[in-house]
Write a new protein. Structure first.
Length: 414
């Protein structure tokens, strides 16, 4: 009898537990059902409140054509364009740019707002409903500090990609060190470290490099330090200096292209690939893809922008009474004779016009009217930090240099 009672108690307890479990599951299901759907908000609007049209400006599209396709009559389109023209030039919308049209959830789906995305951060909101309005805005951008290192195994691009980093860093590094390191002569085992800031939308969407604070590039076992520092308070433009307060910038860039390779150097004797004879080659050829921008290697005045059968499209720049440079075989020239140019300004684009077998730029360099090899010249550098300001500079870079030196180098594995 006692055994039967005990079994009965166990069965009742098990049933009760089972009922409790079912009730708990039902309650959890009810709780889950009560969880509200997350509100989707973008550009300052709750999108669920509208019928949303996502679009991309196609080649040949106009602002009027896009709105016309969504039921805005032409008279209204003219009113909108006239009202907003001081802030938003509707004639200059660009193919490839994204836009949204927010429509009211009424029987006519009346367009209320047109949002034009200039890029991933900047956008313009046009009120196109009952009242016309315009406002340029920016998405909130957060900045994150990063510390990275890499090692050269084949190229700078490969070294950056191997760390899962943005290719923008290739251009940042080549821009910082373009006066002090020959990127056409990088060696396997060269190493670099950087401290820089990245920009993000909503803390997740990468939108670019904010700035590079500090870097060190060990090339041929020699470390080249670089620290960003503002010396010109009028322009607010920082420059890069090394650990001894010497400027990294030079009067001349190392090359007229941001990143390519040397296909033929300055020489007194070279077999010409087109003329099929031995002759002097008094320039340096940089091979690059057709259309690659060519920049002036220093400030100066364009003294020739022309075409000849041998040079093809070419530009010649006088920098001062001592130095002149020339850039040959362009597909297209971007400057005119007499125009002033700054170091780094795009003066043309890589091509193969004239006596050329493939796309490249032939870079020629004159000193006092004589053509020379620019790689053998002792070229002037930019101004260093004045002695009375060095103490302030060293204090400003102290923590950065300590942090940079603590980052371990990536080791080269043969």
């Amino acid at each position: 009898m006692k055994k039967i009672s005990f079994l009965l108690v166990l069965m009742l307890a098990f049933t009760a537990c089972e009922d409790d479990a079912k009730e708990t599951a039902l309650n959890e299901e009810k709780v889950e059902k009560k969880v509200p759907k997350p509100v989707e908000k973008e550009f300052g609007f709750i999108l669920d409140n509208f019928e949303v049209v996502n679009g991309t400006v196609e080649s040949g599209d106009s602002f009027g054509y896009i709105l016309d396709q969504h039921g805005v009559d032409r008279g209204r389109i003219y009113q909108i364009s006239e009202k907003v023209k001081d802030t938003f030039n509707s004639a200059r919308i660009t193919a490839g740019k994204k836009y949204k049209i927010l429509k009211a959830k009424d029987s006519a789906n009346t367009p209320q707002f047109f949002i034009y995305q200039h890029d991933r951060v900047n956008y313009t909101v046009l009120g196109i409903g009952d009242s016309i309005s315009v406002e340029r805005k920016k998405k909130p951008v957060s900045v994150k500090r990063r510390e990275v290192s890499g090692v050269i195994t084949s190229s700078l691009s490969e070294a950056v990609q191997a760390q899962g980093l943005s290719n923008l860093l290739v251009y940042e590094l080549s821009d910082i060190y373009q006066w002090s390191i020959d990127f056409f002569k990088l060696q396997k085992g060269d190493q670099f470290k950087m401290i820089y800031s990245e920009k993000y939308i909503d803390d997740t969407i990468f939108v670019g490099i904010e700035n590079v604070k500090a870097a060190v590039f060990k090339h041929g076992d020699k470390p080249f330090y670089a620290f960003e520092y503002e010396t010109d308070s009028l322009t607010g433009q920082p420059s890069f200096y090394d650990e001894e307060a010497k400027a990294l910038q030079s009067f001349f860039l190392k090359a007229p292209l941001n990143y390519s390779r040397i296909s033929s150097r300055y020489t007194k004797r070279r077999f010409h690939p087109v003329q099929k004879r031995w002759k002097a080659h008094l320039g340096t050829d940089y091979a690059a893809a057709h259309g690659t921008p060519i920049v002036s290697t220093a400030d100066g005045t364009v003294i020739a922008s022309s075409y000849t059968s041998g040079n093809g499209n070419y530009v010649k720049v006088r920098h001062n009474d001592k130095y002149t440079t020339q850039y040959l075989h362009m597909s297209k020239r971007n400057v005119r004779s007499g125009q002033r140019v700054k170091q780094g300004d795009v003066i043309g684009y890589v091509g193969s016009t004239g006596l050329a077998t493939g796309p490249h730029v032939c870079y020629r360099f004159w000193v006092h009217g004589k053509q020379v090899d620019p790689y053998r010249q002792n070229l002037p550098t930019a101004k260093h930090i004045e002695p009375e300001h060095k103490e302030q500079y060293f204090a400003a870079i102290e923590d950065l240099k300590t942090s940079l030196d603590k980052i371990p180098y990536k080791e080269y594995k043969k």
